[in-house]
Design a protein around this ligand. Structure first.
Ligand SMILES: [Zn+2]
Length: 390
């Protein structure tokens, strides 16, 4: 008989205030003593690519007393490491750990879309288990031949990562089904397949993962279908899959990839800025063509029991929109920290907004602002907005 997968080693002690993504998600799923929330909430995973992005996320977590989940993709760690992904992991995790030590919220660091298929992917995951608190092992797609990975291979490769990571105390996220769309240079697919409920039972039992990204209709990237068409998620399938997982182990949590929504006011603001450019037509059309998933669809997933929602596009758009605004306000400021501060404050606003939408506030202490009063508005300074909501 095949050996059963190793359980997550809960004796592993991470540095001050660091914990696994799974610990934060399980708290969101179940609640616990000290967590007065009766309704389920979700932990948004913020994909960061710069140190300013980390600062913005920490500011948002600390204002709201939120659980903090910072994700990095393969291309993000390459960016942090100036071309060297392993060096990037070291810099990213070192910076986050130092920030967490000075903080009063709990923080997890997670590798987004790691894979154990390619040599490059294996090397990144093997390094990530030394630096992060959680990894994703996405072996759902064979990118070399652009087709879904056969179930048996996905299980074998994901199990290898669980065998390595669980004894070290790191949680592992697996993926079953194929998500369409483009996230970054390393994560894109033209096709999509829903997660097959019959395969889920075997995948979860044989791999031992405690975090699962199923495919129920979400898409990566800023263009989720044709402009004018609304993305429709398969919520009944989400319920069916969760029931299967709960029967195996109630500690299994679900993750929604491609769960970006759009902020209409951010898009509108960007369009106003582009309008002032000399040849605005091509950029403008791209902004007009962005299609996100409506928040009520994502809310349906959270209500069904999804605990981690991956959000990136709307944060990138917020950054870009604010940058466009800062340049059209003053494109001759020689102190480049001025642009830095404007974009970092904008990202902070976006993160605060998403944490409030997900119900992830007041988890570790009472929020320092009145969340009902917060109004996301790029035309105002962050300090003014926060003062208005105290
Ligand atoms: Zn994803």
């Amino acid at each position: 008989m095949k050996k059963s997968p190793p359980k997550l080693n809960l004796d592993r002690k991470f540095p001050d205030n660091m914990t696994t993504a799974h610990a934060l998600l399980l708290k969101a799923k179940n609640g616990e003593k000290g967590n007065k929330r009766e309704k389920p909430y979700a932990v948004p995973a913020f994909n960061v690519t710069t140190f300013q992005g980390i600062n913005a996320a920490f500011r948002a977590f600390e204002l709201l007393g939120s659980s903090g989940l910072l994700a990095v993709s393969n291309s993000a760690i390459k960016h942090f490491g100036d071309g060297d992904p392993v060096f990037g992991l070291e810099l990213f995790s070192g910076y986050v750990m130092k920030k967490a030590k000075r903080s009063n919220v709990k923080i997890a660091t997670h590798l987004d879309h790691g894979d154990y298929i390619s040599d490059k992917g294996r090397k990144v995951i093997q390094s990530a288990v030394q630096y992060l608190t959680s990894v994703m092992a996405d072996n759902s797609t064979d990118k070399a031949v652009n087709r879904p990975m056969p179930l048996g291979d996905n299980i074998t490769l994901t199990r290898e990562v669980v065998d390595m990571a669980h004894p070290l105390g790191l949680s592992v996220e697996g993926e079953l089904g194929v998500l369409a769309g483009e996230e970054d240079e390393d994560t894109k697919s033209e096709f999509s397949t829903y997660t097959n409920p019959d395969e889920l039972d075997r995948f979860l039992r044989d791999t031992g993962v405690l975090m699962l990204a199923p495919t129920i209709g979400t898409m990566h990237g800023p263009n989720k279908g044709k402009p004018g068409h609304k993305v429709k998620l398969n919520i009944p399938l989400a319920h069916e899959l969760l029931d299967i997982a709960n029967k195996i182990n109630e500690e299994i949590v679900f993750v929604a990839h491609g769960a970006s929504t759009l902020y209409p006011n951010v898009v509108e603001y960007a369009i106003q800025q582009i309008d002032t450019q000399e040849d605005p037509s091509s950029s403008l059309q791209k902004w007009l063509d962005f299609v996100g998933t409506d928040w009520d669809q994502i809310k349906g997933l959270i209500e069904a029991g999804f605990c981690k929602i991956n959000t990136d596009t709307e944060n990138r758009q917020t950054f870009l929109s604010a940058l466009l605004g800062s340049i059209s306000t003053n494109s001759a400021k020689i102190d480049i920290r001025w642009y830095d501060n404007i974009t970092t404050d904008a990202l902070t606003q976006s993160y605060i907004q998403k944490l409030i939408m997900s119900g992830n506030y007041g988890i570790w202490y009472e929020p320092k602002i009145n969340v009902g009063e917060f109004r996301f508005d790029l035309s105002k300074s962050l300090d003014d907005l926060l003062n208005a909501s105290r």
